[in-house]
Ligand binder design. Sequence first.
Ligand code: CP3
Length: 344
Amino acid sequence: MSQQSKFLQALSEEVQAIPPIWFMRQAGRYLPEYRQLREQAGSFLDLCFNSDLASEVTLQPVRRFDLDAAILFADILLIPHALGQKLSFEAGEGPILDPVISAKDIDLFRTRDVLGPLEAVFETVSKTKAALDEDKALIGFAGAPWTVATYMLAGRSTKDPASLRLRYYQDKEFIIALMDLLVEKTITYLIAQIDAGADAVQLFDTWASGLPWPVLDAVSVGPISKIASAIKKARPGIPIIMFPKGVGEKAGEYAMLPECDGFGIDYAMDPSWARAHLSGHTVVQGGLDPLVVIEGGETMKNAASVYMKLFHDVPHIFNLGHGFTPETPPEHVGELVKFVRGQS
Ligand code: CP3
């Protein structure tokens, strides 16, 4: 009989004495074995498009820490790249997209196929799935349209989100057309990840943070719910996790969507509020500040205990409130996993 992973059990609302554990950015520069393969691959994009190496990098943290789920190694910016926007990752600078898009690009992008250029990503999914033990789940992902759009419009990580907010008021039709384009391409992309073997998918909306509520509804809740309902219709059994960062009490709007199986809380969200207002509607995932893992020891354990105690009687997934940073000592991650599993 096949053994369902603890991660999928939690998403089917099973209460577990020890929650499943995985971490955002669990693969990455804090791991020496990642840095070695990254160097071997050449650039970050070369690594994303080499399915053997990308699959190996996906598996590295699962092996090292015996985590309950792997997350596909790829990036949210592969969609703009596949649409034809030139992308590079500069050391110390993060992503650079060129040229910044305008209204005339949207019609062209609509005609572009994202499946062909991203074939290597689906190969990474199927290779990883084949290599994973059956009690481990594989998570596929994409960026939510607003977050991906911020990079497409600014050409880099947004240092000034105000200018994009203003753009929405000045040029609403353009922003909504861009959201619709990204909704459509993201649905196609995620269904292909599922067909290649992803057991669940997560939508990252990192730059949802700080948007006024009517704008948030238009550019984040709306597009995310469209993607989620299309995926539910096409692939009904696949759980969907939403991670709109920094949305405060607006989290309730996402959590109440019938398509929201899991909701990732960020490190700024009060976990007692999340327990009281979200847990009845969805499975809460994460919350721990990744910086406490840099500090480690009692500071890290005390912070982790808060989540473990608050969510012990509801389905729950242990995770961070945003990704690990490169300074994180891998030994601290090992200690955290042991602590959550009650082994130390
Ligand atoms: O382990 C995993 O989490 C899976 C792979 C993953 C990456 N990026 C790999 C990556 C995932 C899920 C992402 C999501 C992602 N990418 C987000 C949403 C989540 C978040 O962190 O807010 C965003 C905004 C991006 C865009 C992006 N990619 C930025 C801003 C950067 C540069 C910043 C940085 O950390 O270097 C990247 C590069 C990137 N994506 C790296 C990794 C491991 C580092 C690249 C390197 O090795 O040089």
